[in-house]
Ligand binder design. Structure first.
Ligand code: BGC
Length: 317
């Protein structure tokens, strides 16, 4: 009797240990995908600054400390005050004054109707990005018409504006995502990079291997090569899978950083209807990439306003 009892306790213990090992977010995240080893990241970075960008600093910025920073930030920083007098130029542009940056990044945020989230995002992102010693500017592209939200078309519009401003690197970014690790450098790699591969909402596990949504970094040149994203995805979901299919068609292989450094916090909001993925990618399969994207992008620009923390592009799709 006593032995049977001991056995039960032992079995229960083993089951609990196995569950902890397999359900712990870190374990899952580590198992789930291939990534660029930290030591190799410097060689994969795409070093280029914006056309016409100048810096009075003599020494080039060094990114070793950023890439090897092992701190984690708290999402509660969104509640901080709007930064003033921190050398952020009108339109939400910043460059470090103590060194010459190697990267110019346009952070492009599709947006509608989430003022509180946008405020938190801007406060957080400027605090986050300023410590990375990069030159950057935040573009918020707002859909002002009443049609269903079209994330990809807004990103195309923002990408065009960023390219016109001479940015060689685009970070396409959802407004509800906050990068938690300063080591997640907001610069392009030579391979298009899926940045938000470990999100708290998914228990820091990548939901599926080809996911290419949330926050991604892609060079302007690569974005042009794939004719940007599709303009036809009104409503939630699928447009990022379509983007992935476009990259595959041009043999552009995506990459990622390690799960720990790809951690994001998703700010909460009402969840939207999740569509059927397979059904949605059909748009790419039907149209290919040549007739649907940057090349046939049509919209009305209602206004563009330079705010202290961002460039606000308002459009009617
Ligand atoms: C949708 C994507 C979305 C992903 C993660 C997929 O089913 O097609 O657009 O990014 O789920 O939520």
């Amino acid at each position: 009797m006593r032995n049977a009892c001991k056995k039960k306790v032992l079995y229960c213990g083993i089951i609990i240990i196995v569950l902890i090992i397999f359900l712990h977010p870190d374990m899952n995240a580590r198992r789930s995908y291939e990534y660029i080893e930290k030591e190799l990241i410097p060689d994969t970075l795409y070093e280029e600054t914006a056309v016409n960008f100048t810096s009075s600093a003599i020494l080039e910025c060094d990114y070793h400390d950023v890439l090897f920073d092992d701190t984690t930030l708290s999402d509660s920083l969104v509640d901080g005050d709007l930064i003033e007098g921190h050398r952020i130029r009108e339109g939400g542009e910043f460059s470090p004054s103590d060194c010459k940056p190697k990267f110019s990044t346009a952070v492009i945020v599709p947006y509608r109707d989430r003022a509180e989230q946008l405020r938190g995002f801007l406060v957080y992102m400027h605090m986050f990005l300023r410590r990375q010693s990069i030159h950057y500017r935040i573009f918020v592209v707002e859909q002002v018409d009443t049609r269903p939200f079209n994330r990809a078309k807004l990103l195309n519009i923002g990408a065009l504006a960023a390219m016109r401003a001479g940015y060689p690197c685009l970070v396409l970014h959802d407004v509800d995502l906050l990068p938690l690790r300063p080591a997640n450098l907001y610069a392009c790699t030579k391979c298009p990079r899926h940045m938000s591969s470990s999100i708290n909402k998914f228990r820091f596990v990548l939901p599926y291997l080809n996911l290419f949504g949330g926050a991604i970094a892609i060079t302007s040149h690569q974005y042009k090569t794939i004719n940007g994203m599709s303009n036809e995805y009104f409503g939630w979901g699928g447009e990022d899978d379509d983007l992935y299919a476009r990259m595959e068609s041009e043999e552009l292989k995506m990459c990622r950083f390690e799960p720990e450094n790809s951690r994001y916090h998703m700010m909460s909001h009402k969840s939207q209807h999740t569509g059927d993925r397979r059904k949605q990618v059909v748009k790419y399969e039907k149209n290919g990439i040549s007739d649907d994207g940057l090349k046939n992008l049509k919209y009305t620009e209602v206004a563009t306003v330079l705010h202290p923390l961002f460039t606000h592009i308002m459009v009617d799709l």
